[in-house]
Design a protein around this ligand. Structure first.
Ligand code: SF4
Ligand code: SF4
Length: 173
């Protein structure tokens, strides 16, 4: 296990002020702080003022394919459809895309060198965003576990001897 820092989101504390969007966009402008365009922010706040619901969403990975499994989320008895809380930049919407170039935007936790605290966390006065530590499995440990699972599966399917022979052949090149 290793300790990693991550941003924890507590939507119950979000007031919808959008300070996080503003500072993220300004911090990533070239030169820094020269333009403030929240469309360039890597965090966007989903807003449903009627139901007093504000959900900060950090931009995740770009995906080339539109998601086929659109889902519905129910909060407080109200249904929110399709892409409302999705973190991905994808072909079906403009969210998390650089407005001029269309290039995908992804949260970089504020880039290099690492900041003591990400900008959006620093500017969030309600503590809806906090910078916390969490335990994460080491990548090597994960790979080892995946390998063990794969071997287990193959042994079940093809038998131990077949798998041992195949591994011997692979290791001989
Ligand atoms: S700065 Fe904090 S309270 Fe304001 S919108 Fe962003 S997450 Fe919500
Ligand atoms: S951590 Fe930095 S890059 Fe990520 S959303 Fe917050 S301000 Fe933007």
């Amino acid at each position: 296990m290793k300790i990693v820092k991550t941003i924890k989101i507590d939507a119950d504390k979000c007031s919808g002020c959008r300070a996080c969007e503003v500072i993220c966009a300004a911090y990533h402008a070239e030169p820094k702080y020269s333009i403030v365009n929240p469309a360039r922010s890597r965090i966007r706040v989903f807003r449903d003022e009627e139901n007093d619901l504000f959900v900060p969403i950090l931009a995740g990975e770009y995906t080339e394919a539109e998601c086929p499994g659109r889902m519905t989320t129910v909060i407080g008895g109200k249904e929110y459809g399709e892409c409302s809380f999705c973190r991905s930049s994808c072909p079906s919407r403009d969210l998390f895309k650089e407005p001029d170039s269309g290039l995908p935007l992804k949260c970089d936790m504020c880039g290099e060198p690492p900041l003591e605290e990400p900008m959006c966390v620093k500017w969030c006065l309600t503590d809806a965003l906090t910078y916390v530590e969490k335990e994460e499995e080491e990548e090597e440990e994960e790979k080892e576990e995946e390998k063990e699972k794969a071997v287990e599966f193959l042994v079940k399917k093809y038998g131990l001897k077949e798998v041992e022979d195949a591994i011997t052949q692979i290791s001989r090149g």
